[in-house]
Design a protein around this ligand. Sequence first.
Ligand code: CUA
Length: 364
Amino acid sequence: MVIMQTNSWVPLFPDQASTFAWQVDLLYAYLIIVSIAFTIPIVVAIFYFGLRYREKEKYATPDEMHGSIMLETVWSIIPFVISMTIFLGGAYVYYNQYRIPDDPAMEVYVVGKQWMWKLQHSTGQREINELHVPVGRKVKLTMTTEDVLHDFSIPAFRTKADVVPGRYTYLWFEATKPGKYHLFCAEYCGLNHSGMGGWVYVMEQRDFDNWLSGNVSGQTPVEQGRDLFENKLGCASCHAGGPQQRGAKLEGIFGKEVKFVGGGSATVNEEYIRNSILNPSSQVVEGFQPIMPTFKGQVTEEQLVSLVAYIKSLSGVTGTTSTPGTPPAASNSASNSATPSRADGGNANMQGSNPNAPAANSNR
Ligand code: CUA
């Protein structure tokens, strides 16, 4: 299609570099065609009627008109069909984009801050304002922010999502061709918003493996999380899972349903774990005392991401099914299928009872 040429001087339509890019473009083209198909006849009719029925004699009485069932039926059904196709097409593209696959080949953690993107692979490699991914693999991003709202946007993949203080949001994509693509912040976030961007590098699997092994990985998020859990924060003194322990045993907890004292329940997902660390008393699980102190202010968003990754790993959810040294995907399928897969960060039960939600942010 002509309007989708890639190297136009004004980059209105960037490369189509993900599996759903063409769907977004097709829907957009359809909307433009429908708009044009209505706009032109209406403008022509305005001028035609203006001339044809202009006033020729003062106080003329127009001919009486009666309704036309035929006409009214036609002008109801045609717009109905058009708007339903827009709705169905939009819903299809939306669900395809924002329902996170249960079996991502790769997981990347993203933390936004004024004014940079900090990314970490589940194998430990860190990047700033750059993201390297292999072509043809499903990549899941788990994202949050240290300060204000940002929006992680990759136009060539036709996808983006807000990054919200106090919550996790998710994106996924499968890149279809190697290359270097713009990464933007798409939500005004202060003075240097326009500079808060970078590049996504899509590489052949072999090049990606080279890149990965050529970068110091340091600790993986799971290892960092374990270190925090066992040493730095001392979570293990209550949560190590022994019979004398006061805190909940965390093995196998991810994806499970928990009931709260005083009613209500939630599925254990990333959001729930995060909230349990920062606001433990807001969701005390049945059978436990509200004795856990809050860790608000003592852990950074990146540390929280590591803790969440570690606690997920206790249930066999690693997010790195392709990496050697981690459990094979097959043994994870049960817990993976329970992974929250909604773009808005998951369980509707929880949103209302999350005192930790954006209000905690004073920078806005
Ligand atoms: Cu971050 Cu705009």
